[in-house]
Design a protein around this ligand. Structure first.
Ligand SMILES: NC(=O)C1=CN([C@@H]2O[C@H](COP(=O)(O)OP(=O)(O)OC[C@H]3O[C@@H](n4cnc5c(N)ncnc54)[C@H](O)[C@@H]3O)[C@@H](O)[C@H]2O)C=CC1
Ligand SMILES: CC(=O)C(C)=O
Length: 253
């Protein structure tokens, strides 16, 4: 029988690449996003064993309802990829309480509620499962201009370790992936903002991050999806609490 995966933030970028890869690997896939129209388009492109579900990962009730709807639709749940996130550029003196709460509610709250909802369902279904969280190379070493984002991704790494310890005896593994500089709308927006803040262009902004990549190329979303496919599949069954860095050689830990 096909396994079932939920991928959050799957309407575009890395999440879409993950959804496509898991679908190709034989999963039934729920494309969860708060952008309803784009999520719907993505699910339709995937095929008949995919469906779009609209929810904001920072809203606990919406996530519980959405995950339950996936089980109603597909009859099971095996893998949850907590991928959705936002990355505003935040020089320290520009940070407001509103922005602080927004970034932490989505990037940290989204992982927390996704972990909680997944765990409750795995228990109800009477089996284990895999929870896979999106952190970043910016969650390994602090990145300039990204106070809120980078620190929130440190938190995701911590939460991954804690949940792994707390859930191991229930055969639930919890791991994370840490991409580098990936060609997605998020990264292009950061490049634009960083360039603009310095009075330079987008290419300059991108290069402030890309110059440190040992492999000398930007990441495709599929580079990340390959690693998530490993974490979602049986070959990673004896791994938990780990963050796999997939950044072409930026951080060495
Ligand atoms: N692009 C990059 O270079 C890197 C990205 N990452 C992480 O990978 C993940 C995906 O990033 P990208 O694909 O680049 O971003 P993106 O901005 O291109 O796509 C993010 C998707 O998440 C959705 N989303 C955002 N907030 C949401 C919410 N509250 N509820 C539901 N859906 C929401 C958006 O609608 C969008 O479809 C993020 O967690 C990001 O922090 C990590 C390292 C590098
Ligand atoms: C967006 C991101 O995660 C970076 C720059 O590492």
């Amino acid at each position: 029988m096909s396994k079932v995966a939920i991928v959050t933030g799957a309407a575009q970028g890395i999440g879409l690449a993950i959804a496509k890869r898991l679908y190709a690997d034989g999963f039934k896939v729920a494309v969860l996003d708060y952008n309803e129209a784009v999520a719907q388009k993505a699910a339709t492109e995937l095929g008949e064993d995919a469906f779009a579900i609209t929810a904001d990962v920072s809203n606990r009730e919406q996530i519980i309802t959405a995950f339950d709807a996936v089980v109603d639709q597909f009859g099971d749940l095996d893998v949850v990829v907590n991928n959705a996130g936002i990355a505003p550029t935040t020089p320290i003196d520009t940070i407001t309480p509103e922005l602080f709460h927004k970034v932490y509610d989505i990037n940290v709250g989204g992982v927390l509620w996704g972990t909680q909802a997944a765990t409750a369902i795995f228990r109800k279904l009477g089996h284990g499962g895999k929870i896979i969280n999106a952190t970043s190379q910016a969650g390994i070493v602090g990145n300039p201009n990204l106070m809120l984002y980078s620190s929130s991704k440190f938190a995701v790494r911590g939460m991954t370790q804690i949940a792994a310890r707390d859930l191991a005896e229930e055969e639930i593994t919890v791991n994370a992936f840490a991409p580098g500089i990936v060609k997605t709308p998020m990264m292009m927006d950061i490049a634009h903002q960083v360039g603009k803040n310095a009075g330079k262009d987008d290419a300059w902004g991108l290069n402030t991050f890309a110059k440190d990549i040992a492999m000398k190329r930007l990441s495709e979303p599929e580079d990340v999806a390959n690693v998530v496919a490993f974490l979602a599949g049986p070959d990673s069954n004896y791994i938990t609490g780990q963050t796999i860095i997939v950044d072409g050689g930026i951080q060495f830990h």
